[in-house]
Design a protein around this ligand. Sequence first.
Ligand code: UDP
Ligand code: MG
Length: 318
Amino acid sequence: MDYPLVSIIVPAFNENESLEELCSRIKSVFDELNRPFELIIVDDGSTDGSFEKLESLASNYPNLTVLRHYKNHGKSLALMQGFDEAKGEFAITIDADLQDPPEEIPKLLQELEKGYEFVNGRRLDRKDEFKKRFISKVFNLIISLIFNLKIKDVNCGYKAFTKKVYKWLDLRGDLHRLIPVIINHKGFKCSEVEVNHQKRKFGKSKYKLIRYRGLLDIIALSTATTTQIRPFHFFCEVAFFFFVLACITLVFFITLGEGLSVVSKILFCFSLAWLMGISTFLPFWGYFLEINASYHQGREWRKNLIEKKIDSDLKTDH
Ligand code: UDP
Ligand code: MG
């Protein structure tokens, strides 16, 4: 049986000690499956000799491609370099630190072969410290509430894509943390499978515990996704919410007015002014985005919304 090519994409930033084991374990997995694969490792500007290690490994692994950033640009751009380079019908991303055991690759492939277009790994028994797991849980909860996403472990490094999906994906900044949100919003068929997780064997995490930028990304993406089609409606609804809050504040102020201290009165007035200001400003902002949308929601944009087209050959000429 002819199996389609699988591209394994690995972003690596200062992961020198893991790379040899990573390559050998990935090769063993594919030898056992007897399927073709290419391995693309993107060195994201390492300074620990990772690139020199990869150069020496390339002579032992003929299907290894190594790309190197001039300097560190972050995981999202490293992944994008891999996606641009990849030729596989399927692509799987794995972290370089061996926290995602390569032996789980077959599980993700099987799920893609069931017809899913995107498969997310879910680390059930996560081997990170408690603080990291806790922050991740809060992050996942916020995301599931805002985006109504069924996927539970949004930032797992293990992810599998069909070619159509990974060639479409366009990540910037730190958007790799929200890949499932972006793909699900587009309407691709998504699934999640449980994967093993290991403690980091070498080196240390490249990310700080508090990732406030992750929250900013959620806000930016939620605004972009929800306002994409009808921004004026969206912002009028949000403005109405703030207007209701302003009315409630006013009622409280009038009811409690006499008994309030001077500081509380100032605070009430300030909140009222702020809420009224926001509820007045937002519809204008929505209107501005609506005008903007009317320019970019043209023919090309609409084409992007179509998943499939049946073009019958039985057309009759008139
Ligand atoms: N990584 C990268 N560029 C960066 C930061 C991280 O390519 O600027 C890679 C890193 O080498 C690893 C993966 O992204 O392969 C995940 O990073 P890490 O293990 O530090 O994240 P954590 O598991 O702690 O969330
Ligand atoms: Mg890691």
